[in-house]
Design a protein around this ligand. Structure first.
Ligand SMILES: Cc1cc2nc3c(=O)[nH]c(=O)nc-3n(C[C@H](O)[C@H](O)[C@H](O)COP(=O)(O)OP(=O)(O)OC[C@H]3O[C@@H](n4cnc5c(N)ncnc54)[C@H](O)[C@@H]3O)c2cc1C
Length: 415
């Protein structure tokens, strides 16, 4: 890519990484349009990045070693069927991950976006129209591109439009009007609390353990993360289960934004499950979480057949959703940007670069979708008889569910 105007729709994790990729690939002008008017750092909770995937992304210059993180080593599976305060441990699996505060990752990526990029907050893109060229010129039709229509009616033309606008993407709608995310049938209730509010005693939960409480309707995973704005330490928990029917609450429709925090009805449902199945320590962790520190994430599936079409290209959740169980949502978005940069830099021209990007990343999108489905079935929709499990059967069950962990935590870059 030599020169050219590039628009990035969405300024979250994929969007910031895409802007960086476009500048490094040689774009003359890059403009980011982000719908949210406020800075995004308070939006997410925690995320985990597998150690090897982290090393690749650091080498590619997309993550910063100075970002605060917590080393995780083991995933400990627990049941609340005895008096043990922290639960009865029935299996332990390796968990070589680094955990981050979602906000710190976004803040760091945002700071990496070069100053020459125009990042517009509170700027929603309403629609995208591919543009076949500006009519015949002396050497045939003009260059291809796309026109963005912004909220308020203004229109802007670009040579390349990158859709980093999440699972409800308008860029994807222009490429694939008939493809929409499909609701997976269950939800993630997410919460965080400052580590100093954890119940005691301290040794109930080892620092490097991702604790997983299993119950007949799903599971909850909890791990420590750095506190917001890099201060202190926090705990991130994610509780997966099928929600009850709540009149007026549409969780299965990707066109309807989910509620900002866990609603009273969903909280009541969670409380019932927790009261029935959780060990005392983990019950208290949930009870000590303030409602305003919770959020709802309906689980959707999506993977488009091609990540590039004409001069429209997708990355991150707009192209393929990695269910959170795959431990690879942020990694996949950052890898997409890394590969896009490499493809645009090394190809003869922009179209060849986009084709190379698509050929490398679209199969990953499909693989991540399949892994997410398998892990969702095994851990939420069709769980084993947890009470009958021991170390050996946990290892066997996990190997089958994750197909030998292929792609768990993300696929190797370039692999
Ligand atoms: C509310 C929320 C909380 C999350 N929390 C976590 C978490 O705690 N842990 C975790 O691991 N993952 C979390 N994720 C998922 C994770 O962030 C993503 O899987 C991954 O980082 C890739 O994100 P993305 O940038 O592709 O999409 P997103 O993070 O969804 O970003 C898309 C961005 O595009 C913007 N946008 C959408 N439409 C338009 C438009 N028409 N015009 C302009 N801008 C637009 C949105 O405002 C948004 O900022 C969360 C996602 C969301 C939406």
């Amino acid at each position: 890519m030599r020169g050219g105007r590039v628009a990035v729709v969405g300024g979250s994790i994929a969007g910031c990484a895409a802007a960086l990729a476009a500048v490094r690939a040689g774009a003359a002008e890059v403009v980011v349009y982000e719908r949210a008017a406020r800075r995004l750092q308070d939006r997410g909770v925690g995320l985990a990045i597998q150690q090897d995937r982290y090393a690749e992304l650091e080498a590619a210059g997309y993550v910063d070693a100075r970002m605060p993180w917590v080393r995780l080593a083991r995933r400990v599976w627990l049941l609340g069927d005895t008096d043990a305060r922290g639960g009865r441990e029935f299996g332990v699996l390796p968990f070589p991950f680094r955990s981050y505060n979602w906000g710190s990752l976004w803040t760091e990526l945002r700071a990496r976006v070069p100053e020459k990029v125009a990042y517009h907050s509170g700027a929603a893109v309403e629609s995208v129209t591919p543009d076949a060229g500006r009519g015949p010129g002396p050497r045939g039709p003009g260059p291809r591109g796309a026109v963005l229509r912004l909220a308020g009616g203004a229109e802007e033309r670009f040579d390349l439009v990158i859709g980093a606008d999440g699972y409800r993407s308008v860029v994807r709608a222009a490429m694939y009007p008939d493809i929409a995310p499909r609701y997976a049938g269950y939800l993630a209730w997410r919460g965080s609390l400052p580590a100093e509010r954890l119940p005691g005693p301290r040794e109930t939960w080892a620092e490097q353990d991702a604790a997983t409480v299993a119950f007949p309707e799903g599971h909850m995973i909890a791990y420590r993360i750095p506190g917001p704005y890099g201060r202190g330490a926090s705990v991130n928990w994610v509780f997966y289960a099928v929600p009850p029917d709540v009149p007026g609450l549409r969780l299965d429709d990707p066109t309807v934004p989910p509620p900002r925090t866990v609603t009273a009805e969903l909280m009541e449902h969670q409380e019932k499950v927790v009261a029935r199945h959780f060990p005392p320590y983990w019950r208290e962790v949930i009870e000590r979480t303030r409602p305003r520190d919770t959020l709802v994430q309906p689980i959707f599936d999506l993977a488009v057949p091609h990540f590039a079409k004409g001069r429209l290209v997708l990355l991150g959740d707009s192209a393929a959703i990695a269910r959170p169980h795959t431990g690879s949502g942020a990694v996949k978005a950052l890898q997409d940007a890394t590969v896009l940069e490499r493809a645009l830099r090394s190809a003869e021209d922009c179209d060849a670069g986009l084709a190379a990007y698509d050929a490398e990343r679209a199969p990953i999108g499909r693989a991540v979708l399949e892994l997410g489905r398998r892990l969702g079935r095994a851990q939420v929709l069709s769980v084993p008889d947890w009470a009958a499990m021991d170390q050996r059967s946990t290892e066997e069950w996990w190997r089958a569910a994750s197909e030998g962990e292929k792609g768990f935590g993300g696929h190797a870059l370039g692999g």
